[in-house]
Design a protein around this ligand. Structure first.
Ligand code: UT7
Length: 317
């Protein structure tokens, strides 16, 4: 039986930081409101000439170094992103070019904030069916590019960044399970309403925040149960919750469902904001670098986002 295991993790954040105090200068908002309603204090923002593939490339290099394998050993590249450099080619192809890797398949996955879980699920299946051995998975987004900074209802949430893992074939079970879901019925609650890019129509995020919040909390409750039941595990078996960072109140609700103290939740939202597909691998790297997550620990990763899409991964590091 072939299993897949994470053998390297890396991340990258653009240098520029946008604080709540700076947002106060241009928006009818306050640091106090943003902090108490979302948990966010600051987020990183790309420069005009900084592309999603630049962030993804830096995160990928860090993960490859940590895995201690040559880039030429990678035989599949998957990038989860909603903010590609261009409509085509894919960010994955641009990362492949930047890494100097030739002749391996490379493609993007678009599942918005759940993109990293989707990519992990796809990569796990490629490995388990012996179709790939070393997969580079990147979650990368430049959400600031599709944010309307005059809309206080959601512009305060988003940040930019990238996180990457190397998932490799192993005789040890690293990925215990993945579950991915979608329901396209509520498209208008969270979307970028552009239909024709030839028109000068809106290309920024529109969100009914309070509706999305309620659906997210209920759905995350269900996927926690789904992951535990599928693996015959109990809540207390989980060492760390490594969640998509959408809102500190959503993280607290999921921790409550798991009867888990917030001490066991990797929280980066205060410093990163919501970086969409990048947020889970960024949190994973943060948890490892801060010596919280250690080899052998059992991690529950979960996400909910536009589509709607949602999913979980149970991972033994
Ligand atoms: O990752 C993808 C999935 N996304 C999410 O999961 C996001 C889910 N939603 C949220 O995180 C929250 O709904 C938000 C943070 C977006 C909004 O928080 P909320 O507590 O749901 O606020 P609300 O939209 O219900 O608005 C409450 C009040 C309103 O004022 P009134 O009508 O009560 O007078 C808003 O106009 O807060 C006002 N408001 C603000 N005030 C100051 C909304 N945005 C702001 C703001 N600053 N930035």
């Amino acid at each position: 039986m072939i299993f897949s295991k994470i053998i390297g993790v890396g991340s990258f954040l653009p240098k520029k930081v946008l604080t709540n105090r700076e947002l106060e200068k241009t928006l009818d908002t306050t640091d106090e409101w943003i902090t108490s309603r979302t948990g966010i204090k600051e987020r990183h923002i790309v420069e005009p000439n900084e592309l999603t593939s630049d962030l993804a490339f830096e995160a990928a290099k860090n993960a490859i170094n940590q895995a201690n394998i040559g880039a030429n050993k990678i035989d599949l590249i998957i990038v989860a992103t909603t903010t590609p450099d261009k409509i085509f080619p894919s960010v994955a192809c641009n990362v492949q070019k930047k890494l100097g890797i030739k002749n391996c398949p490379a493609f993007d996955i678009q599942a918005v904030c759940s993109g990293f879980i989707y990519a992990l699920s796809v990569a796990d299946n490629f490995i388990k069916t012996n179709s790939a051995t070393n997969v580079l998975i990147v979650g990368a987004d430049s959400m600031s590019r599709i944010t309307d900074y005059s809309d206080r209802s959601n512009s305060i949430l988003w940040g930019d960044g990238a996180g990457a893992v190397i998932l490799s074939a192993s005789n040890k079970q690293g990925i215990l399970s993945t579950h991915i879901h979608a329901d396209g019925q509520h498209e208008e609650l969270l979307h970028v309403p552009t239909t024709n890019i030839k028109d000068n129509t809106q290309q920024t995020i529109e969100m009914n925040g309070s509706q999305v919040f309620k659906i997210a909390v209920n759905t995350l409750d269900q996927i926690v149960d789904e992951a535990l039941i599928a693996n015959n595990l109990k809540k207390e078996d989980i060492d760390w919750l490594v969640p998509h960072q959408a809102n500190i109140r959503i993280l607290e609700a999921t921790a409550k469902k798991l009867e888990m103290s917030m001490e066991k939740v990797i929280v980066t939202i205060d410093r990163h904001g919501n970086t969409s597909a990048a947020s889970i691998p960024l949190a994973l790297d943060d948890g490892i670098k801060s010596h919280k997550i250690k080899e052998g620990h059992l991690l529950l990763m979960e996400a909910f986002g536009g589509g709607f899409t949602w999913g979980s991964a149970l991972v033994r590091l």
